[in-house]
Design a protein around this ligand. Sequence first.
Ligand code: PEP
Length: 251
Amino acid sequence: MAERRLLIAGNWKMNGLRSEAVVLASDLASRLQQSGPDGVDLLLCPPATLVWAVGQVVEGSGVLLGGQDCHAEAKGAHTGDIAAPMLAEAGCGFVIVGHSERRQNHRESDPVVAAKAAAANRAGLTAIICVGETEAERDRGEAKAVVARQLAGSIPPGSSAATTVIAYEPVWAIGTGRSASIGDVAEMHAHIRVELDRHLTGALDVRILYGGSVKPGNARELLALADVDGALVGGASLVADDFWAIALSCR
Ligand code: PEP
């Protein structure tokens, strides 16, 4: 097993116009070029309209680029959607699929997420597959079963550590300021590692990110956990100082 590089991914969601996006991305790119944290990958996932502009700003800096979603097909009559090869052509190496906001707001099921991940892989992109339980599911003691079911349904056949990143994001922790407890994160990430072994090759090499109200104040503790290989960061990724502080918190 190779050492897993940590991945700090910023999910900008539906935020940012060109001028502010360029300032944020170039700020992070120049910080990374001057004194990047060792063994850490920094990834920005801007909205689709900004992928190209952000890609130009970060080119050559080491900052990686990703999309926030892709369609399961490579092209066709799908108004408003974006295809994985389009993201790849724009410079992306990653795409988030199955974010809980997509699962909830767009009724995306596990098979849909799996088809999107497969499409991403066909285009040469690493799929960041998001899983996570709702608060009601956790309260009923179903969190592990829900995540196991999502993993089973959302990881396409033929996946490997090279094509896949998992993001564990408890739905109730996203954008709420309430992060999961350190003990719960440790337990769930260990559970995910075991489950991954059933669904892909090289489970020990897969990066498992935690997401849900990660901030400079809680990042160090979370990122020190054995099976936490980085973070998927929403709100705090829109503030250069905060996102950078999270990256510097890596073990
Ligand atoms: C996310 O959108 O994936 C996320 C984790 O958001 P936040 O960090 O704002 O909770």
